[in-house]
Design a protein. Structure first.
Length: 395
């Protein structure tokens, strides 16, 4: 009886083409900046962006394909500062519709043929990726949460412990957690990172993720023999005291040029002060400055250190993340910090004067700028993301 010859079945291998889905929050400037840093490392047709509000508009302006996704959390303020208790209570109702948000994210992933999900400030895409067995990386500068509730009431602390459990589950559902910061011991956000083993074992420090390379930033024109102080204040009402304090210092120091990135206005503006309402070229101001006055937001800190610019940090009141960042910047030797109640004591002027005289702040910032260039965080992140993506495409 002749042997039956069975031919090998030919297997159709998919094209090794990355399909990255970047799903990120629009609460703050940093999420979209990190998304841009990653997106620049890929071809436009390899990227799909999911966000809302300002961040969605920003990514659309760069020509990336975008899809609008629902806001997961609405942050609530009280008397001009962030109120974590009210935020927790306010968002209980939103939790009821969370499954639908996850379902919507799953539809996006199926329709685009996603091979990798990158989630920044959003929980739904992580859970959606897990249900679809798609690799997912979480991008965050804050993986510890309970300490942020410790100053509040017992009820808020109780909610905080529950929230901490949810966050650990969220983070442990991802393949990796990217920290967009310098590796220890130079990590700015170190106090804001979890000590939980399930979180730590997934954590990778990829280096600062900013939307540009330092050499690409052209500094603004400035007077070479006149110190330049830049203040990035935005327009939140609770920062008005800092704006007024900077204006008062400017009146006392006409020999210093001040450029204020803010939507605040004032009568009798000193001749040595320029006002710029939310300029898109803030890094050009930062690069030219001798000193930057800022609030201690993580992404701004990464931009300043990538450029090698020292800072005087005045964290927003009751903003523990910014307070922690500010303290770490001081420990790294690139900054000094002040509290809002110290502005009335005239410490802004004396601290600013001392920092402009002392060269060690800029020297330390320059050392970290050199490290940022050597690490090249965007390239590190992209290489790891490609590897995860192609695991799903290889066979």
């Amino acid at each position: 009886m002749p042997l039956l010859k069975i031919g090998k079945r030919k297997r159709a291998f998919p094209e090794l083409r990355n399909r990255l889905y970047l799903s990120f929050s629009s609460e703050g400037y940093g999420h979209s900046s990190r998304a841009l840093a990653i997106a620049r490392q890929f071809e436009d047709d390899e990227i799909l962006v999911g966000s809302y509000s300002y961040a969605l508009e920003r990514m659309e302006s760069f020509g990336y394909p975008c899809v609008e996704v629902p806001q997961e959390v609405e942050f609530i303020g009280a008397e001009g500062s962030f109120d974590i208790g009210k935020t927790l209570f306010h968002n209980q109702a939103r939790a009821l519709g969370f499954n639908q948000i996850v379902s919507d994210e799953m539809d996006v992933m199926r329709n685009y043929g996603v091979s990798l999900v990158v989630a920044d400030g959003r929980m739904a895409p992580v859970l959606a990726a897990s249900r679809l067995d798609i690799p997912c990386v979480v991008l965050t500068n804050q993986s510890a949460f309970y300490p942020f509730f410790e100053r509040d009431s017992a009820l808020v602390q109780l909610f905080g412990r529950s929230f901490e459990w949810v966050m650990k589950f969220w983070l442990s559902s991802a393949e990796e957690i990217f920290i967009p910061d310098f590796p220890p011991p130079d990590t700015v956000c170190l106090p804001n990172l979890s000590e939980n083993f399930q979180v730590k074992k997934r954590t990778r420090f990829v280096g600062p993720l900013v939307a540009w390379q330092a050499h690409e930033i052209e500094p603004i024109e400035r007077e070479p023999d006149r110190p330049l102080v830049v203040a990035g204040l935005g327009g939140h009402l609770y920062r008005r005291p800092l704006f007024d304090a900077v204006i008062n210092v400017a009146r006392e120091r006409p020999d210093i040029r001040f450029e204020l990135l803010t939507s605040f206005e004032t009568d009798n503006l000193p001749e040595n002060v320029g006002l710029h309402a939310s300029p898109r070229n803030a890094p050009s101001f930062f690069k030219a400055a001798d000193l930057v006055v800022t609030q201690g937001g993580h992404s701004t800190a990464m931009e300043l250190l990538t450029l090698g610019t020292p800072s005087l940090v005045v964290p927003d009141a009751n903003q523990i993340e910014q307070e922690n960042n500010a303290q770490r910047l001081v420990e790294l030797g690139v900054s000094e910090k002040l509290r809002y109640d110290e502005l009335k004591e005239g410490l802004l002027k004396t601290t600013m004067d001392a920092m402009l005289r002392e060269s060690t702040y800029r020297h330390q910032a320059k050392l970290l700028a050199d490290k940022a260039k050597e690490i090249n965080g965007a390239k590190v992140a992209a290489n790891v993301l490609r590897e995860y993506s192609q695991r799903l495409l290889a066979y």
